[in-house]
Every structure is written in C-alpha cells, then in structure tokens.
Design a binder for this molecule. Structure first.
Ligand code: NAD
Length: 370
C-alpha cells in the first residue's frame, strides 16, 4: 500500500490530523515534524519538542492530546505539536531553532510553545524570526511557563479537587515523581506547600528515595547544579526503573510517553495518579488502575496549566491572570470529568474525551461542511 494511503486510512479520524508536515533543511541537516491536528477552535498551540528519538506517531498523538487539552480548557485554540529530531545537549540549538522557525513561517495556523528539550530562549529565537511563539521570556512580554511552574501549579490544583473523590488528606500524603524536570519539580514545589511529602523522584540517571521525606528545594538545587537527582545526599540511590515500585499515595509521571503500560502498571503502589506528562499511560494501563480503585486524572485535564498560561500570554494578559485562570479552569474541569466518571460509571479518560470532543465538534460545525 502507498505510504500516503496508509496515513489517510490508519491515522485520520473525525477530528484530524489536518496536516502532517515533514521538514528537512539540508544545510543545517534539520529534520523536524509538525502536526496540526485540529484548528477549528482557533490557531493551534502546541510545544516544540527536541529529542533524538522523536517519531511522527509520537507527534501525531501529542497533537491530538493538545486538541483535547485546549478544547477541555475552553481555549480559543486548536491542537498541534512539533518535534525536532536532534539531541538538545549536542546540537547548535540556536541554529536549529532559527532554521525550524523559518521553515514554519507560512504555517499561520500553528503557534509554537516550549516543550521537552526547548525553553523560553528557544521561543525568543522563533519569535525573532517569525513573530509567532508563546512561552516567551518576560522581557519580551511573555509569561515564562517553566520559570513560574504553570503546569506544576495546575497539577497541584487538580490534586485539591481529585482528593475529595477518594477521601485523601493532602497533608502528609506521600508523593512519587517520575521525571524531575520542569513539570516534576514544580509539582513537588506546589504540592509541598499543601503539606504533601516527596518520598521519591527519578530522572534518566536514577532514582532517589527517602521514606521520611526529601527536601524539595534541596533536590531542585542538586538537579540544577549537578545535573541529576542522584546527587541529592539525604536519600537512598536506586535505578531509574526502580521508582515504579516505591509505595506512595500520589504518583506523578512527568517524563516521556507510554512509560506506564500493561506490563508494569501492576507494580505501581499508589492511590492517585496525576498525569503530568502527555500520553504517559497507555489506555490499557489506565483501565487497569481504574479497576483497582486508583484514580488517574488524564493528562489533558491535569497538565493544562502551561497551555492555559500560554493562551493568556497570546491575548497579552498578565502572569496574575494566568495563575487565576489555571486555578479556576483546572479545578472546574477536574470536577466536571470526575462527577461524570462516578455518576455514569465511565473511565476518567472517556468522560474527559466526551466533554472535549463535544467542544471540538461544536467549533467544527461552524466550518459549514458537517
Ligand atoms: P524536562 O525535559 O524539563 O524534564 C523531563 C525529565 O524527565 C528530565 O529530568 C529527564 O531526565 C526525565 N526523564 C526522561 N525520561 C525518563 C524516564 N524514562 N524515567 C525517569 N525520568 C525520565 O521536561 P518537562 O517540561 O518537565 O516535560 C515533561 C513532560 O511533561 C513531557 O511529556 C511534556 O510534554 C509534558 N508537559 C510539559 C509541560 C510544561 O509546561 N513544561 C506542560 C504539559 C505537559
């Protein structure tokens, strides 16, 4: 079968994707993928990821997650995502990002934001080239999403609502975080303010565990100054994969897609999962958690804080407005999907998708051909 036929038959559905673009720039040897999944509600917003092992399938699935996330949050934006296939630690990042920006200049229905492997500086290079990016540094009028911890703040707000459905007290609850990066460290910071105790955290170099509690600011310092959580002193050092067996009350996956699947979900010992990373848990694993009575709040509900702040920046709003909008939208959405989950006997993801899809289809109805 021809490759384009495969793409149309296997990858498209009632929402999209509208565009899958592969970019190759032979001078810089830049290879990148952009997927605009659905732009019915407005120009698509989604992060630019930089990693050596990115695939079209990963970017397509992440773009769909953005469509659902933006719709669920009621933002006037569709969903898209981009991936630059390169190791952010070894390439000339500014050159790659500027080349990428020039290549997407004519894609007016896609506004890039930061994601794994890119940051505020990268968004500033893109803005300098094409005057279109969110998550800019403050000096350029932006709301620096990672610096303020927008996504981590939203996940902590999600916890405040979710805890009511499983009768959990956040004060003293034990937290386990997979992937102590921008999302992971900020979740730890905002949940610590609510009395939650971080007992374990991981990154690609290993895991640290202390059942009596890890000092969040000390762990952030160790990661920043020495490059990994394993340099935090007051904890037991384990392998990265050992994290999944550590008992806790709240588990936050904040690393890569599909890290929890049907094979390893049985090792998770937790009561509440707040999905920080996008598509971190396979559908089968999510269902297994639900059957065991573990509440798992889907990614596009729990981790929408970053894109809500990006949408506020896009309309030239302030940082204060961003925090207030993240709090109100994430609290309301978490309640809405969990009410529906428990009253209609649905899986949380199904309840969330029903609500998000209704909004996308309603926006699409104004296009005049459905
Ligand atoms: P980041 O690069 O700052 O941090 C990721 C961390 O995960 C790093 O410390 C890395 O060492 C670690 N990691 C990678 N693979 C791992 C593995 N297999 N096991 C344990 N640790 C691993 O990235 P980030 O911005 O924190 O984003 C993390 C995830 O959250 C991504 O999936 C991203 O798409 C998603 N997300 C981010 C935001 C945001 O505002 N930054 C918003 C929504 C969703």
């Amino acid at each position: 079968m021809d490759v384009s036929q495969t793409i149309f038959e296997e990858y498209t559905d009632d929402l999209g994707p509208e565009k899958i673009i592969h970019i190759y720039e032979p001078v810089a040897r830049l290879r990148a993928i952009v997927v605009i999944d659905n732009a019915a509600a407005g120009p698509a917003i989604g992060g630019v990821r930089m990693a050596p092992d990115i695939t079209t399938t990963e970017i397509r699935r992440l773009a769909r997650a953005m469509t659902l996330k933006n719709a669920a949050a009621g933002l006037p934006h569709g969903g898209g995502k981009a991936g630059i296939i390169a190791d952010p630690k070894t390439v000339d990042k500014e050159c790659f990002i500027r080349t990428f920006a020039r290549a997407i200049e004519s894609l007016h229905d896609y506004t890039p934001g930061p994601d794994m492997g890119t940051d505020e500086s990268c968004m500033a290079y893109i803005f300098d080239e094409i005057k279109r990016a969110v998550g800019l540094p403050r000096v350029l009028g932006g709301i620096p999403l990672d610096e303020i911890g927008a996504t981590g703040f939203g996940i902590a707000e999600c916890a405040e609502v979710a805890k009511e459905y499983i009768d959990m007290d956040l004060n003293g609850a034990r937290l386990v975080i997979e992937g102590f990066g921008n999302v992971g460290k900020n979740v730890a910071r905002f949940l610590e303010e609510k009395g939650v105790i971080l007992v374990a955290a991981s990154d690609t170099s290993g895991t640290v565990h202390n059942k009596n509690g890890i000092d969040v600011s000390g762990l952030i310092r160790a990661k920043k100054e020495k490059g990994s959580v394993v340099y935090y002193e007051d904890a037991e050092k384990l392998k990265t994969e050992d994290l999944l067996t550590i008992p806790g009350d709240i588990f936050v996956p904040a690393a890569r897609p599909d890290v929890i699947d049907e094979r390893n979900v049985g090792t998770l010992d937790t009561k509440l999962v707040l999905q920080g990373a996008n598509i971190a848990i396979t559908t089968g694993a999510e269902k297994a958690l639900h059957e065991r009575g573990v509440l798992s709040v889907p990614d596009f509900i729990a981790n929408a804080g970053g894109v809500i702040a990006a949408a506020v920046e896009h309309r030239h709003g302030s940082e204060k407005e961003a925090f207030s909008e993240i709090k109100s939208k994430i609290r309301a959405n978490t309640k809405k999907i969990l009410d529906r989950t428990y009253s209609e006997g649905l899986y949380p993801r199904d309840a969330a998708e029903i609500i998000a899809k209704e909004r996308v289809l309603s926006a699409m109805s104004y296009r005049g051909c459905i």
